[in-house]
Design a protein around this ligand. Structure first.
Ligand code: CYC
Length: 169
């Protein structure tokens, strides 16, 4: 599992190079945004249960067929599994935000996920939609807390949805 610094060092070490101007710029931006990313993660941590709950309500309000008979989130067990998945996405997004790197998402969340979802007929499009709703809620909360973290906050959520949506060739 890597963060922005260890990823960068790994890259340069692979080719035996000293850190150059480009590396310094990237390191500088990582450290300059550090406090903002940590503060935004703190907002997520403090409101996680509420964020997941709100996102679930919005998702099922907009796609009610998911919780009707025949829907993938129908039955209490599957409804709970869906919200649990949303909670995973939120928690790992907060880690990736702090790490400034998506490696933790690849390693802990996305590996084999599409195959699992396909085998259980979990609709990927609706899951992606749920992650995007959650992103919007997180952005509202972080903005309300007065933390100008900007598009850095979008990145982990957008990365997960992009990777999940990607179809095999
Ligand atoms: C930390 C990394 C991690 C992830 C991401 C993860 C996901 C994950 N979600 C699962 C199931 C599931 N996931 C969902 C999710 C949904 N169904 C819908 O209709 C909605 C669109 C969506 C919620 C947004 C559901 C309903 C199940 C249960 C499916 C079933 O058992 O039939 C399963 C199958 C095993 C289980 O039920 O626990 C896994 C592995 N597990 C992990 O360890």
């Amino acid at each position: 599992m890597r963060d922005a610094v260890t990823s960068l060092i790994k890259n340069y070490d692979n080719t035996g190079r000293y850190l150059d101007r480009d590396a310094m710029d990237r390191l500088k931006s990582y450290f300059d945004t550090g406090m903002l990313r940590v503060k935004a993660a703190a907002v997520i941590n403090a409101n996680a249960a509420e964020i997941v709950k709100q996102a679930g309500l919005r998702l099922f309000e907009e796609l009610p067929e998911l919780i009707r008979p025949g829907g993938n989130a129908y039955t209490t067990r599957r409804y709970a599994a869906c919200l649990r998945d949303m909670d995973y996405y939120l928690r790992y997004a907060s880690y990736a935000l702090v790490a400034g790197d998506t490696d933790v998402l690849d390693e802990r969340v996305l590996e084999g996920l599409r195959e699992t979802y396909n085998s259980l007929a979990v609709p990927i499009g609706s899951t992606v939609y749920g992650i995007q709703i959650m992103k919007e809620i997180v952005k509202e909360q972080v903005a309300m807390a007065g933390i100008p973290v900007g598009s850095l906050l979008d990145q982990p959520f957008d990365y997960m949805t992009r990777e999940l949506s990607e179809t095999n060739i």
